[in-house]
Design a protein around this ligand. Sequence first.
Ligand code: FCB
Length: 493
Amino acid sequence: MPTAWQEPSEPLALPAHFLLGSATAAYQIEGAATEDGRGPSIWDTFSHTPGKTWNGDTGDVAADHYHRLDEDLDLMASLGLRAYRFSIAWSRIQPTGRGQANPKGLDFYRRLVDGLLDRGITPVATLYHWDLPQALEDTGGWTNRTTAHAFADYARVVGEALGDRIAVWTTLNEPWCSAYLGYGSGAHAPGRTDGAAALTAVHHLNLAHGLAVQQLKAVTTNTPQYSITLNFHVLRGRGAGAEEAVRRIDALANRSFTEPLLRGRYPEDLIEDTAAVTDWAFVQDGDLTQIHQPLDLLGVNYYATTAVRLWDGETPRQNHDGHKDMGGSPWPGSPHVEFLEQEGPHTAMGWNIDPAGLEELLLDLHTRYPNQPLVITENGAAFDDHLSARPDGTYAVHDPERIDYLRSHLFAAHRALAAGVDLRGYFVWSLMDNFEWGYGYSKRFGIVHVDYATQRRTPKDSALWYRDLALTGSIPPLPTERTDGHAGRAPGP
Ligand code: FCB
């Protein structure tokens, strides 16, 4: 259960060089899906396949960021952001995932990065946020080992172009989703439902990361930091067999990445648990050495916790793991683990709000991997926002729930810092409302509202709150009385 904590009465200062910023991903905001030589990715194919996304939504236009780059850069500056985490669309750089770089694709990201630097904003670039070039999927995607090598070549191409100005390189965003939702459950592109394929993808993604870090290191000319971002599952075991359920899901969700990346090995229990699904013959001699590269930062994405127990085999099996049910399972070899519905409060995603889970996760990572610096690369919440017109003709979005969510998680991060965790930054998901994958445009995570009919951007109250945080470098206590009429809610139980 979440631990109760005291609402601080004084502002809490963040460390001097703490990276405070916002995050986005290429397919979710850029649009311009067929412009300037961009090739199709698996998300173009998937979102254009009937029944795969809410309302048939696609990222064809999204937040039209590709055409509104300067306006969006000014917006970030006006919000006082110190850092910006974005992703590069592989198929803008190499339309088929291989070969010659597309100069127009590189130009777009050069303009983005230069625009950030001009405004004093630290660029944090992710090479892969799920948008595999379709041509590579056509030859097996992440189930084909050659995709890992193609990724390393792509990393080199981007590193040669931008390797004098990116501060932090992140190879992959949430490989758990790419592998288990893309190839296991089918909820994400490419929509395959094959447990063995999902585990094969896990390994090839890990390998891709290790090869890419080495390529980047060979070509960058500044002194950047190298990282990968994982979405950890913070598990709450319930009922008889709780420990076993937690162990199995921890192995599949968390340790299948952290152990090879940070210790150069796959967990033995993971290999045993999945023996009926695969023999792991796709792991070749030397692979683990390639994967196990020193990481300057480990990126942590956190939204909610996950409750599990062993299924009794009789009562109807629950499946509340926070992911859409598209026919397959994201948990190969673990059909007897049940994912339980959790107590509220919940966000509009139905995800439970549990800031203590973030603190526990940071402390747990610090204990397991003591010398590993961490950065929160995503944290945030979707709520049903409403745009209202002010008398002066401007617009506002009052989103006190999002402010509460962000505050409570920042306090959790601060408690982890105070306990000695080497935490280097925090990125709110997301800068602006965007294409939320299978949920299309039905879920709004932005601190800036996007009116998709006009593409008008309106900073929500949470953006203004976040700006104060970025400008002062300290988390303000709850105001005793709010002007927005919201009473305020101390996070926790
Ligand atoms: C994460 C993704 C990000 C966004 C948030 C809500 O899993 O990395 O793109 O969809 O969830």
